[in-house]
Write a protein that binds this ligand. Structure first.
Ligand SMILES: Nc1ncnc2c1ncn2[C@@H]1O[C@H](COP(=O)(O)OP(=O)(O)O)[C@@H](O)[C@H]1O
Ligand SMILES: [Mg+2]
Length: 344
């Protein structure tokens, strides 16, 4: 049995200013038990709406959500959130400011009328898992962003739900802490074997966390798969550019009876009709640079031992990944392309 089945969900909002806004347009996907499922998409594509529907905070116009074999959402059915055996972690944490960390984590158990002894045992167990036992008597205002995030996660975990929904949980955390929290979340998911459905607009976060990745665009699933596979084989230009590929449109040219495309100094034979536009994707690591004329270097970004080089020329912008250190802003280069993909 599929753990979570989202089937052909449609959702439209009616807002005073914009009239009807169709946010979800027939989205479907399956999540398996114990999986870390990541939904990646740009701001406004409907990610939060989708999570709210799965949580039971909203109702779909059409379609069904089936959790562990039971229809929990449809136009006629809406099982209330507390009967769904799931917890949700929001971007804003939503901790109770007047309660201690202990009180915050304990709260869902109190609501569920768990007895006091058992509550204490569970709060301490979760605090240990999250490494915040020393903070149990603090108030949220005394904590750092990363610590607050742990408390929010603790509150979600304490009831041992079979599904945890997370809506951009790291977007309010300093960049320096984000990687650490990412590893933490992954560790906790592995240790508790809970199914996680995690929403983000951050490509790196999605790649680092996902067992299964879904790229979302304008209320639809654009591609679903193993993250390495999606990265290697993006099916559409949208997925490709969202995952950091250069996506470029070129006109097919004809020379000596053979068709080819040109990008600055680089030329390559392709199949096609003269004058036809084709769209290609090139990973930054498959472009190498040498001194030349075709492209001007508009900026250089060094990240660890990698250098991202931004180029402009022949009507396009490109980014290349280089190991060498000779590149400088304002310099001119030619390119070689080792590998590229043609989108049909
Ligand atoms: N309650 C609402 N009423 C009207 N429009 C909404 C409402 N909630 C979200 N929207 C609109 O739906 C679209 C998707 O929003 P959202 O699901 O929050 O996207 P994401 O989380 O991917 O950024 C946006 O255009 C947003 O303005
Ligand atoms: Mg959102």
């Amino acid at each position: 049995m599929t753990f979570l089945k989202v089937k052909e969900i449609y959702k439209t909002y009616r807002s005073g200013l914009r009239g009807k806004v169709e946010v979800l347009k027939g989205i479907s996907f399956d999540v398996e038990e114990g999986e870390f499922f990541v939904i990646l998409g740009p701001s406004g594509c409907g990610k939060s709406t989708l999570l709210n529907l799965i949580a039971g905070l909203e109702k779909p116009d059409r379609g069904e959500i089936i959790l562990k074999g039971r229809v929990v959402s449809s136009p006629r059915v809406c099982v209330p959130p507390h009967e769904r055996d799931l917890s949700m972690v929001f971007q804003s944490y939503a901790l109770y400011p007047h309660m201690t960390v202990y009180g915050n984590i304990e709260f869902p158990l109190k609501m569920a009328k768990v007895d006091k002894k058992e509550r204490e045992r569970r709060v301490r167990e979760v605090a240990e898992l999250l490494r915040i036992s020393h903070l149990l008597n603090s108030k949220p205002s005394e904590l750092s962003g990363g610590e607050r995030q742990r408390v929010a996660l603790g509150r979600a975990l304490v009831k041992k739900p079979s599904l945890i929904l997370m809506d951009e949980p790291l977007s309010n955390i300093d960049a320096s802490l984000r990687q650490e929290m990412r590893l933490e979340i992954k560790r906790i998911q592995r240790e508790t074997r809970t199914t996680f459905l995690y929403v983000t607009h951050d490509q790196i976060e999605a790649m680092a966390l996902a067992d299964k990745l879904m790229i979302m665009r304008e209320g639809r699933a654009e591609q679903i798969g193993d993250p390495a596979e999606v990265y290697k084989n993006p099916e559409t230009p949208f997925v490709a550019s969202f995952l950091g590929m250069n996506v470029i449109s070129r006109k097919v040219l004809l020379k000596d009876g053979r068709t080819y495309i040109r990008l600055g100094n680089w030329e390559c034979y392709v199949e096609g009709q003269e004058g036809e536009e084709i769209v290609i994707g090139i990973r930054p690591e498959y472009i190498s640079l040498r001194r030349g004329k075709s492209f001007v270097i508009t900026s250089v970004e060094r990240i660890g031992n990698e250098t991202l080089v931004y180029l402009e020329g022949d009507g396009v912008r490109l980014v290349a990944k280089e190991k060498g250190g000779y590149v400088t802003e304002g310099g001119r280069v030619d390119i070689a392309v080792y590998k590229f993909k043609i989108f049909l």
